[in-house]
Design a protein around this ligand. Structure first.
Ligand code: X8Z
Ligand code: ZN
Length: 605
């Protein structure tokens, strides 16, 4: 006898629910309600996660780490859940605004969580642990000029900038990179879990998700990057070849191969991403005043707080409001003596309203003066788009966010510095090469670095680069793009990528490559808008309200429109384009080519 089939009540309920859904397809009003509720929920959870994140990064302990992980987990859970629910609207004809919001919902976290609650909690804990682990990283040399001190990221950067002794530099370089190996296993697991989360959202892997944030198919974005890199590559090669010839002079061909890559520890920066600290090794005519600001800051007794005030004053000169009182009360400007903090600079928008903050272990020096402008650019952007709906509270693309403060910093010209009484004399055109070289060591040297970090991560996320080849692939990319080699042979266990903040913190990095190019395009657009016709490197928009309004118009749009439209609003151009950067450095490129030809130096490695 056959037994009667007993259907459990839950299945009956689900079936009738799904049938009702199918016969009652969602309406536009349903989508509207869904988005309204989703935005309110995400706003609330992101504020909670920001508060917990602020305390965790400015007071690293096991407890703050656990609290931040929990707040982040709740946010991740909401994003995954909402993205899942939004699938039912996929086939509908929606307004561009609604369609855009639904798309942005899926892209709102860089490491989406799997739906399994245990895995989600694990992912959130791993993320916070990796961030804290980097923040706590330090090296305590036993010998040499820094013996007896423990150097965190900040002190390490200062130390590497302060010496030209190759043995000391090597020791510092190795010491800092030793913070990375303990992170490898957990990073590998982190990638596994976030990939699973990305899969559940419909992306092939976390890298495909990252590349989907640019208002074009992800493959096309890859091709765009390559196009931009090809535009600037000759400029980089010329700089690389010239710098190499000067390093050979200083250190000899045993340490610096005449036709080979540059040793990573000799460029004045732990990551070889910014070469301004070796400016004094280069034989550039006309090193005018105002090239390196550090002496001027010191002579004028400018302290950390006043450096931030200068940054704020630039923005108010353009017509932006002063920073709120709470910014000055709640920000962290100095490295606390008694606890671990994440010193890597960042700008915070805690409540998506007025509670803006800067977290930075400021040192009174040139580089930090520029970084302050970079960070305040984030804060000013955050405030400009706060009238937008929650899902549009972001920049046009992430390169825009990174480019705003840097655009302003391009206006820190000698003329501007004279106006604010930082220097007494403006150098004539004979000082231009010095100024341009200094800027190129910051901006041009950075380009391949800005590109390669995510070339590595996209490979890691897609599984093309396997854990057993992480470090080898890293150094292959360093050599391919940057022409930089490790100072000593590296092993797989070294896991060098994690010695750079954005890898353990899982912050996408292509944004900085884009920003390097966009900031010159923005600068050119603003200079044209105010009727400036001279050389781009002498243009400053300081005190110009027309420039301010033009900039603000774009900032206020947030992420409400595809980025080409927003780029158009500022520059009248719809494509990212490196010609502004090439114009800016035109005179330097010509000089570099002449020097390289004269010295018989062949660019490349
Ligand atoms: O991380 C930053 C900023 C915070 S968004 C300080 N930057 C990149 C880096 O330090 O590696 C700015 C330049 C590139
Ligand atoms: Zn930034």
């Amino acid at each position: 006898m056959r037994r009667a089939l007993k259907i459990p009540a839950i299945i009956l309920f689900l079936t009738s629910f799904l049938l009702a859904q199918a016969s009652n397809p969602p309406t536009i009003a349903d989508v509207e309600k869904f988005l309204k509720d989703a935005e309110a929920r995400l706003d609330d959870l992101s504020i909670k996660a920001s508060r917990a994140g602020w305390v965790q990064e400015t007071y690293i302990t096991d407890d703050t780490e656990a609290m931040a992980a929990l707040a982040n987990e709740n946010f991740l859970a909401a994003v995954s859940e909402l993205a899942g629910q939004a699938k039912r609207f996929e086939a509908m004809q929606l307004s561009p605004e609604m369609g855009r919001k639904l798309m942005l919902l899926k892209l709102s976290v860089s490491a989406p969580a799997p739906s399994d609650p245990k895995e989600r909690a694990e992912l959130a804990q791993l993320g916070t642990w990796l961030d804290g682990s980097y923040g706590k990283g330090k090296y305590c040399p036993n010998v040499g000029p820094f013996a007896g001190q423990c150097l965190g990221q900040n002190d390490m950067e200062k130390a590497m900038a302060s010496t030209k002794d190759p043995a000391v530099l090597l020791d510092l370089w190795l010491g800092w990179h030793a913070i990375a190996p303990p992170m490898k296993d957990r990073y590998t697991r982190f990638v596994q879990l976030a990939n699973k989360g990305a899969n559940e959202m419909g992306f092939a892997d976390m890298g495909a998700l990252w590349r989907s944030s640019y208002d074009m198919p992800p493959e096309q974005f890859g091709a765009e990057l390559d196009r931009l890199w090809q535009q600037v590559r000759p400029l980089y090669l010329a700089l690389h070849a010239y710098v190499r010839s000067q390093l050979v002079k200083k250190y000899g061909p045993e340490l610096v191969p005449l036709n080979g890559p540059l040793p990573a520890h000799l460029l004045g920066n732990i990551w070889a991403q910014d070469w301004t600290n070796i400016y004094d090794l280069l034989d550039v005519p006309g090193r005018g005043s105002g090239v390196d600001l550090t002496p001027a800051l010191e002579q004028n007794h400018v302290d950390e707080l006043r450096m931030v005030r200068y940054g704020e004053a630039f923005f108010t000169s353009l017509g932006f409001d002063p920073l709120p009182k709470t910014f000055w009360e709640r920000s962290l400007f100095k490295k606390p003596a008694d606890r671990d903090v994440v010193c890597h600079a960042s700008a915070w928008d805690i409540d998506n309203q007025e509670d803006l903050r800067l977290k930075m272990c400021i040192r009174v020096r040139d580089e930090d003066f520029r970084t302050i402008h970079h960070e305040l650019g984030h804060n000013v952007y955050q405030r400009a788009y706060r009238q937008q709906p929650v899902l549009f509270e972001d920049s046009a693309n992430d390169g825009f966010h990174e480019a705003i403060g840097d655009t302003i910093a391009l206006s820190i010209t000698p003329e501007y510095l004279k106006q604010i009484d930082m220097i007494t004399q403006v150098p004539g055109p004979e000082g231009d090469l010095g100024l341009l070289m200094h800027k190129a060591l910051e901006k041009v040297a950075f380009l391949p670095f800005g590109l390669l970090i995510d070339q590595w991560r996209w490979g890691v996320f897609s599984g093309q680069i396997k854990p057993e080849n992480y470090n080898q692939a890293w150094w292959e990319l360093k050599e391919k793009y940057q022409g930089v080699a490790p100072p000593v042979k590296r092993r797989e266990a070294d896991f060098d990528p994690a010695a750079k903040y954005h890898v353990p913190a899982n912050i996408p990095y292509t944004r900085y490559f884009l920003a390097s190019i966009l900031q010159f395009q923005f600068h050119r657009g603003l200079c044209r808008a105010i009727g400036y016709t001279g050389p781009l490197h002498r243009c400053s928009i300081y005190n110009n309200k027309v420039a301010g309004q033009r900039l603000n118009k774009m900032l206020q749009m947030g992420k409400s429109k595809p980025w080409p439209e927003e780029l158009y609003a500022l520059t009248g151009e719809r494509q990212m384009d490196a010609t502004a950067m090439l114009d800016y450095f035109g005179p330097l490129k010509k000089w570099l080519d002449e020097q390289n030809a004269k010295n018989g130096v062949k660019p490349g490695w």
